[in-house]
Ligand binder design. Structure first.
Ligand code: SF4
Length: 478
């Protein structure tokens, strides 16, 4: 990944687990790659909810004493990267609200594409919003007088009103509810933990917390866990379920040790590399991954091509945020902070550099320079997905079309810009053939074929940003 695309969020929920806060913390720890701007946990003891939320990494928001204060056997947690709603304390999740039906906590991964219209409707009926996130409209819809008394108020609101991408956890004092939109854009899985249940964005959270994977929450499914057990229902008719899971979860977002659609993400990424080598072999001496995003695909490429795989680029994992002032013309300094070249591996060699995607191209431009300066005689770049030419509206922080290097440039122009001997992308057909399951993926950022039309979304986003929202940093439990 040459310039980080950022996943919007990771979510975790547990029901009937002795130390809910610790289990959620462990799960969120495994999901930290899905959001680093803020973190929060809400637990419930059957009567009251207690929460702690804050800005920054999980380890910054929670110390040992903080977890000890969060006593309860049920709860939900969230790590966030903002795609709608600014990065500020009042937008941290889980959101906690109290209305006529009682306390509710909500953790959401995804983007609602009709949030603007829904918010306007709710405000016209007297709702006062606490945040500028799209997620809050779900609670306000549930609290509307004509919905609040319905036992199926969440299912009703999702079916009738909410459009777009959501993997959702809703906690009440006596249950938790997990739901996934009819396209299933974002992943969500169910597991067993210590006699209770766990729900998480990715299965790596189960491994961290010691939970056993049961199955994925299906697109258009709503799962309720309460004292009578686990109950599943479809909240939309079967004909409206059109699976379109984000294929970028396999390419880049999900952790390689997670299992999606029955296969480890690492195995799928290796297969993308195998397919890439079949489509675009290179006359070269060594295969080098752009770490860590290109590791699995590079292994697959090397296996299929018969070329040796070696570690020619090393990534510094401890960079974090830097405070160097940007210097015009010195963009490579940022790349140099993160990456260095193992000169012995590339000197005098024709190098195949493998990465998962090419977004803006700025980091890869620097890396190619580093590899050439270290003595490589040729650099051939292989990308394990097609050219990204369109923005994402379903919960990924994508650059605008103007910023995408492939949106308005030919492959030859990019080769010249990045000083490459050759650049080749995996075909869309190859990507879909290598992905698991029977198809049904969103691939809109490659071809612009959006599964749910994103009309007015950007206007919606700007309006929410401009909306003044004021609350306390931490919503205390009662
Ligand atoms: Fe994923 Fe791309 Fe679809 Fe967004 S547009 S959900 S990044 S495949």
């Amino acid at each position: 990944m040459d310039q980080s695309l950022r996943e919007a969020c990771g979510i975790v929920g547990v029901y009937n687990v002795p130390n809910a806060a610790e289990a959620i913390y462990l799960g969120l720890h495994a999901l930290q790659h899905r959001g680093q701007e803020s973190a929060g946990i809400v637990v419930c003891n059957g009567h009251t909810m207690h929460s702690r939320k804050g800005m920054g990494l999980l380890s910054r928001v929670f110390g040992p004493q903080d977890l000890a204060h969060l006593r309860g056997h049920t709860g939900v947690g969230h790590v966030r990267y903002s795609t709608t709603g600014a990065s500020k304390p009042q937008n941290t999740q889980p959101l906690v609200l109290d209305y006529s039906a009682g306390l509710v906590a909500v953790a959401h991964n995804g983007n609602l594409i009709n949030a603007r219209a829904l918010r306007r409707e709710c405000e016209a009926r007297g709702s006062i919003f606490q945040t500028s996130t799209d997620s809050e409209v779900i609670v306000h819809l549930m609290a509307q007088p004509d919905h609040a008394d319905r036992p199926d108020s969440l299912a009703h609101c999702l079916r009738r009103h909410v459009r777009g991408a959501y993997a959702l956890l809703v906690q009440r004092t006596d249950r938790i509810v997990a739901a996934r939109d009819p396209q299933g854009f974002r992943p969500l899985s169910l597991g067993r933990l210590e006699g209770g249940y766990m729900v998480a964005s990715e299965t790596c959270a189960f491994d961290q917390a010691g939970a056993e994977f049961l199955r994925e929450v299906e697109p258009g499914e709503l799962v309720t866990v309460d004292e009578t057990g686990l109950h599943s229902e479809r909240f939309v008719p079967e004909r409206e379920v059109r699976p379109a899971m984000c294929i970028f979860e396999f390419i880049y977002f999900a952790r390689p040790d997670s299992v999606l659609l029955g296969e480890s993400v690492h195995t799928v990424r290796k297969r993308l590399g195998v397919q890439l080598a079949r489509e675009h072999p290179a006359d070269a001496d060594v295969v080098v991954a752009v770490p860590d995003s290109g590791n699995s695909a590079a292994i697959g490429y090397a296996q299929e091509s018969g070329l040796p795989y070696d570690r020619g680029l090393i990534r510094n994992h401890y960079v974090g945020r830097t405070f160097l002032n940007p210097v015009p013309g010195e963009r490579s300094r940022q790349a140099r902070l993160k990456h260095n070249v193992v000169q012995d591996v590339v000197r005098g060699k024709r190098v195949v550099l493998v990465d998962d995607s090419l977004i803006r191209g700025t980091t890869l431009q620097s890396l190619v320079q580093f590899v050439r300066a270290a003595g490589a005689t040729q650099v051939h770049l292989r990308i394990s997905c097609p050219p990204n030419r369109y923005a994402c509206y379903y919960g990924i922080d994508f650059p605008t079309r103007e910023e995408l290097i492939a949106a308005h440039r030919s492959r030859e122009e990019i080769e010249a810009l990045l000083s490459l001997d050759s650049l080749r992308y995996l075909s869309l057909e190859g990507l879909q053939a290598a992905a698991p399951g029977a198809g049904g993926f969103c691939t809109a950022c490659f071809g612009g074929d959006y599964p749910v039309p994103p009309a007015d979304l950007m206007e919606d986003k700007h309006r929410l940003e401009a909306h003044g929202a004021v609350t306390e940093e931490t919503v205390a439990g009662t």
